[in-house]
Design a protein around this ligand. Structure first.
Ligand code: GLU
Length: 265
């Protein structure tokens, strides 16, 4: 039996593939539906913290680049352009439901610095207490040191955010339905795995299998996020963000996506 209906503080991670078309332009229908359902979850009393990707993708789309840039200075610039666009869109769309949002940009250096990390926690707590939805992203314009400083993908970042903000649930919305016993696109017999009680080497090898790397981070970064979250005592769910209405089903404890159960202390 799932107990998602009991979760109060929820970190929702949205990937670029959920928010944007392949062109890098905003997926307006998806975003509109997501914002509506998330506003409703918020109105029902849940404390929502979002981790949203999309800065680089939307920035590239906005200035007409055919694909995400690889050159660091261009990536920095594009992230700055796209982050602005992203927050503008969220602010505008949530305003329709009278929900206030706030932007927090993180780097690994911030998380590793005890004072700055505490400032992050205080800010989240204060915003949530005000009934505001904080929207977190990595500061891709500044966190460019590929060796040390950057986290680089938002799956792991969302797990750290869940841990630091004392969440009960991390919900990763992606372009995959959940974890499968094999790659469902090449193996028609691949079975969905609804519950992962423990992240075993078998689970890791299933997730690392070829072809599961849809979205930016792929399944292996999601397993990494699951490890961080479950070790911190937080359940994590991966589900498809294609149909935001399914979030209602999830919070009614229906079997949606894959749940990774928090490690028992
Ligand atoms: N922070 C990146 C962005 O906003 C996304 C990283 C990821 O997709 O995991 O574009």
């Amino acid at each position: 039996m799932r107990n998602i209906s009991e979760k109060k503080r929820v970190v929702i991670k949205l990937g670029t593939s959920t928010l944007a078309h392949k062109t890098g332009k905003l997926n307006i229908r998806r975003m509109t539906n997501l914002v509506r359902v998330i506003s409703d979850l918020h109105n029902s009393g849940r404390e929502i913290i979002m981790v949203s990707s999309g800065a680089v993708g939307l920035g590239a789309g906005k200035i007409g680049l055919p694909e995400k840039p690889k050159q660091t200075n261009i990536k920095q610039a594009v992230a700055a352009i796209g982050q602005c666009e992203l927050m503008h869109v969220y602010d505008d769309m949530f305003a329709k439901y009278s929900v206030t949002v706030a932007q927090i940009l993180l780097t690994k250096a911030i998380i590793d610095n005890p004072n700055h990390c505490q400032n992050f926690k205080t800010a989240v707590e204060t915003l949530v207490g005000m009934g505001v939805i904080p929207i977190v992203n990595e500061n891709d314009t500044i966190a460019i040191d590929e060796l040390e400083l950057e986290i680089g993908e938002n799956d792991s970042l969302s797990a750290l955010v869940a841990e630091l903000s004392g969440a009960d649930l991390l919900l990763i919305l992606s372009d995959i339905d959940g974890l499968y016993s094999d790659d469902p696109r090449t193996n028609p017999d691949a079975e969905p795995i609804h519950v992962v009680e423990k992240i075993t080497p078998e689970i890791e090898s299933v997730a690392g299998g070829a072809g599961t790397s849809l979205g930016t981070g792929g399944m292996s970064t999601k397993i990494n996020a699951a490890k961080i979250a479950t070790e911190a005592g937080i359940d994590m769910v991966i589900m498809n963000g294609r149909d935001p209405e399914k979030l209602y089903d999830l919070f009614e404890d229906k079997e949606i996506g894959t749940i990774f159960k928090a490690a028992k202390k």
